[in-house]
Design a protein around this ligand. Structure first.
Ligand code: ASP
Length: 466
């Protein structure tokens, strides 16, 4: 057992079997209690906490231990022993043992913390400014690890269903997902801009044209919208697309995924198939396209598919029709033949407890239908070529019928973890003002940087400084 002293062991691997042996643990000082000739402290690593004790009998060690502050990083070597019966802590896995420290190495002493870790009332600005400390706290660590497990479970499921994960560009071109783009100026091409993707929508459709058949990606999407508690400028979604498919297959696939996620991560059995409702019925009955059915069903998790959305809605602002989902969604062709503007679409949303957690559609694979839909959206032939020439061309080369869906993972996590804000499940989120207060971003650029990208600033008069 002697060699254990030289190999670091994780705290969760310590147990009563190691009583009598000397081990090395590394981590952070969680709490300190000085009792005269004894100093007790807890050391914490990613896996757990362990009570440690230093006695004044070892003078040099005792003097060193006196310097310890909360959240300092250390390496300890010591002997594992059983705790006296009356000091057993049932709440932690190492609650029956402790370490009598024989060697202490301090890597970094931590100064006074900007906030107390066990204070639940700490303001969000401070937490975000010192996010690396905030993430050390148990609940945030739990959220992050839960998130990681969710990502793994999703990937396991998607691969088991024959999907491949493909990446898509970040520097892309403005595509209309119905919101404002974040743009990136080009240095090489003066006066031209990339747009960050609002979603990989067109790329995933091109993967279908390319014959990949089953695509998924845990993808980052960027939308320049006003923020709410469940919105961030960038968010993560499970993006899915399949060829030769239909609505039923996509719904079945997603229900299987949700069932697995709830079982694996929450140990909750979710009943499938989920309820379904048409958009028209939902609006009539609840005056909402994402009704919360918890009261009605008596369930903690009330899933619902809302189907048959209208293809288009009139925008007073733009004085034209816009797509309810996006312009690549297949209209109900029978409706479309009768009255284009009033046609329903092959789009579906998935709703959980009154929150839209995802949506998708069967896509247009016939370039002629795509052109007709662009016409409804009042895009001239020139605009169609300029903005979507590549798509119309791609569809013309034997594009297969295809469809897909995207699930908003941050919102899903927020609901699974029952936390107040989406920011609790994102490691480094923006605040409610779309700022990263740790990085102090967005921030100004130097004159040189601006010149390089051919940008001259013309700022609005400063009203309220933000
Ligand atoms: N691209 C859509 C979105 O991000 C989802 C989809 O139609 O698959 O909302």
């Amino acid at each position: 057992m002697e060699s254990k002293a030289h190999t670091r062991i994780h705290i969760s691997d310590l147990n009563e079997k190691l009583v009598g042996s000397s081990v090395n643990v590394k981590g952070w000082i969680d709490t300190i209690r000085a009792h005269g000739k004894l100093i007790f402290f807890d050391i914490r690593d990613v896996s757990g906490v362990l009570q440690c004790v230093v006695s004044a009998k070892n003078t040099i060690l005792f003097e060193e231990a006196k310097k310890l502050t909360k959240e300092s990083s250390v390496s300890l070597i010591g002997n594992i022993s059983l705790r006296p019966k009356n000091t057993i802590n049932e709440k932690i896995s190492t609650g029956t043992i402790e370490m009598s420290v024989t060697h202490l190495e301090i890597y970094n002493l931590c100064p006074v913390l900007p906030f107390e870790f066990d204070n639940a009332e700490v303001g969000e600005e401070v937490r975000l400014k010192y996010r690396y400390l905030d993430l050390r706290r148990n609940n945030m660590k739990h959220n992050m690890i839960f998130r990681s497990k969710l990502m793994k479970a999703i990937r396991d499921y998607m691969y088991s269903q024959g999907f491949n994960e493909f990446e898509t560009p970040m520097l892309a071109k403005s595509t209309p997902e119905g919101s404002r783009d974040y743009v990136v100026p080009s240095r090489v091409h003066a006066g031209k801009f990339y747009a960050l993707p609002q979603s990989p929508q067109l790329f995933k459709q091109l993967f279908m044209v390319a014959g990949m058949e089953k695509y998924f990606q845990i993808a980052r999407c960027m939308r320049d919208e006003d923020l709410r508690s469940d919105r961030q400028p960038e968010f993560t979604q499970l993006d899915v697309e399949m060829s030769f498919t239909d609505k039923e297959e996509i719904i079945f696939l997603m229900e299987g995924l949700i069932k697995k996620l709830w079982k694996d991560l929450l140990n909750v059995d979710i009943k499938t198939p989920f309820k379904r409702m048409t958009y028209a019925d939902s609006m009539k009955k609840y005056n909402s396209d994402k009704p919360d059915l918890r009261k009605e069903t008596g369930e903690k998790y009330a899933f619902l598919w809302v189907v048959d959305f209208p293809s288009f809605e009139y925008s007073e602002e733009d004085k034209r029709y816009v797509s309810t989902h996006h312009p690549f969604t297949m209209p109900n062709m029978e409706d479309f033949a009768k009255d284009k503007f009033k046609s329903r679409s092959e789009a579906y949303d998935i709703v959980l407890n009154g929150v839209e957690i995802g949506g998708g559609s069967i896509r247009i694979h016939d370039p002629k239908i795509q052109e007709k839909v662009f016409e409804v959206l009042a895009l001239s032939k020139e605009e169609q070529r300029e903005k979507f020439g590549f798509l119309l061309d791609a569809l013309s080369y034997g594009a297969p019928p295809h469809g897909g869906i995207a699930l908003g993972l941050d919102r899903l996590l927020q609901l699974m973890l029952e936390v107040e804000s989406i920011r609790e499940v994102i490691a480094f989120p923006k605040n409610s003002d779309a700022r990263d207060v740790m990085l102090d971003s967005p921030s100004e650029l130097s004159k040189k940087q601006l010149d390089e990208v051919h940008i001259k600033l013309e700022l609005p008069a400063k009203k309220n400084k933000k």
